[in-house]
Design a protein around this ligand. Sequence first.
Ligand code: NAD
Length: 240
Amino acid sequence: MTGPVAFVTGGASGIGRATVLRLAGDGFRVIAADRDGDKLDALIGEAPAGGVETCVLDVCDRPAVAAAIAAPERLDALVCVAGIYQPRAFDAISDADFRAMLDVNLIGVFIAAQEAARRMTAGARIVTVSSRAAIGGTNFAHYVASKAGVVGLTRAMAMELRPRQIAVNSVAPGFTDTPMTRTMPPDQYARAQELELGGKAADPADIAGAIAFLASPATHFITGQTLFVDGGKSLGGLGL
Ligand code: NAD
């Protein structure tokens, strides 16, 4: 691969897929990693010729992630998008539910970021994807905890990697129209959407735009930040 290289976890679907296409359009050579091989195959057909490579892996599988991140001859940006969601009342969350959530959403970010940071050089960027849910939410406490963890991990990594001039930031999307949110019953989806800016869920491309900004070399002086891309709903005081 020649030119800047970006590695995107969860690149097969939703926000990750939009990010892969956006970064490829911005001139990155993109490696899209995901556990869903069929969706990765479909993505290749939509990407600019030669701009995207795919890699089937589970972000919890350290040796697979390490090998995939070590493969390209350079690594300019890592974007950690892979994540899972599970609606569940606090009282009904099992230990196994909680551990599974943390495994993918938090430890999966840690593994990829640590492997990437070990080989990155000055000027490289890491972008994590947290969520507006990092500030709270009902019926998914384990998801909220995992995303608050991503914000904390992002800040800690930014502080430790700062001397090496590796920037680490997070994008916190609000309710976004992706296969993840479309698993909600349609009436529930419609009610959730009504609370958003303009009565609409965000488009994955809206989130990808913010990720692309933080993945670009122009933003090297921004680090440790979490950028909420949620139509302002996280501000509170909006009668919501
Ligand atoms: P999505 O389900 O469309 O995409 C998630 C992708 O991650 C899928 O391709 C899936 O195969 C992959 N993935 C899941 N677990 C994996 C694993 N262990 N290893 C490798 N790949 C794995 O969901 P999305 O809505 O695009 O979500 C992307 C990210 O954005 C997630 O981290 C999610 O928590 C976050 N987010 C989404 C929303 C929203 O409203 N959609 C809001 C805030 C944050």
